[in-house]
Design a protein around this ligand. Structure first.
Ligand SMILES: Nc1ncnc2c1ncn2[C@@H]1O[C@H](COP(=O)(O)OP(=O)(O)OP(=O)(O)O)[C@@H](O)[C@H]1O
Ligand SMILES: [Mg+2]
Length: 245
């Protein structure tokens, strides 16, 4: 399995310093959430980790090898969805495995349609799906490549609170069934606490990792977790820190 590391990553756009010596390690199979304020540099960091953009300084390593370019082994779900608008859902999901020349494309697609609860919409175009369905489909499209590493940029940001909670329950079960190393970027404390094994708090721009916090809630998490007194306490503590970071 794959350890994903950022080592002393710094990056600026012109005079704007965005990332300041970011060090982090996501353990194999771990879900790690980066929590930070809007505009602090989260998407930039994820694009650097994915290999889409170079860092000015520092490096990204996957399983000890330096990352220099994008690869299907690091599946990225961008902040704005990535489905092909002209392809039915079935072909969106089949795209990656077909490109990879896999012989079991139909099985991969059937399994993901099942896992996303979208089997009845296999022939629908993305615009015919609801927002939550499109988000699930965009994640499934990346999972179709079987990536050992998943990079998620606020995957449920545009959804209402109830749908988002259902999506969190869904994603937790999907990640539990795979041994994916996952780096999730979010500004939503509930999302971080419901999904992650560990979280890293980022400062305002330029982003630094201010603190790393293990999340103690274990396996089955969902709507019942939100009212757990330990969850409520931890959320309040983290909000305190985020608001002064
Ligand atoms: N390609 C670019 N060229 C110039 N500046 C950029 C570029 N990409 C990002 N920036 C700047 O870098 C900073 C961080 O942007 P980024 O998108 O990484 O933030 P973010 O934490 O993901 O924000 P949000 O929570 O709103 O998604 C912003 O000031 C933005 O204007
Ligand atoms: Mg962003």
């Amino acid at each position: 399995m794959s350890t994903l590391r950022a080592v002393q990553i710094s990056k600026s756009f012109g005079a704007v310093a965005v990332l300041d010596r970011i060090d982090l390690t996501v353990q194999p199979g771990e879900t790690y959430a980066l929590l930070g304020p809007s505009g602090c540099g989260k998407s930039t960091l994820l694009r650097v980790m994915a290999g889409f953009e170079p860092a000015d300084e520092g490096r990204v390593e996957l399983a000890g090898r330096v990352v220099t370019r994008p690869s299907p082994e690091r599946g990225m779900v961008a902040q704005a969805g990535t489905l092909f608008p002209w392809l039915p859902l079935r072909d969106n999901l089949a795209f990656g495995p077909r490109e990879a020349g896999r012989s079991d494309v139909d099985e991969v697609v059937a399994e993901l349609l099942q896992a996303t609860g979208l089997a009845d919409f296999a022939d629908a175009l993305p615009r015919q799906l609801s927002g939550g369905m499109q988000q699930r489909a965009a994640i499934a499209q990346v999972l179709a490549n079987g990536p050992p590493v998943l990079l998620l940029d606020e995957p449920f940001g545009a959804l209402d609170a109830q749908t988002r909670l259902r999506m969190h329950e869904w994603l937790r079960s999907v990640l539990a069934a795979r041994e994916t190393t996952t780096l999730l970027v979010t500004h939503d404390v509930d999302e971080a606490l419901l999904l992650a094994d560990r979280l890293g708090l980022l400062s305002a721009r330029p982003a630094r990792v201010v603190e790393e916090i293990p999340v103690p809630f274990g396996g089955a998490r969902g709507r019942h977790t939100l009212s757990d007194p330990a969850f409520v306490r931890m959320k309040a503590q983290i909000l305190d820190r985020v608001l002064v970071a």
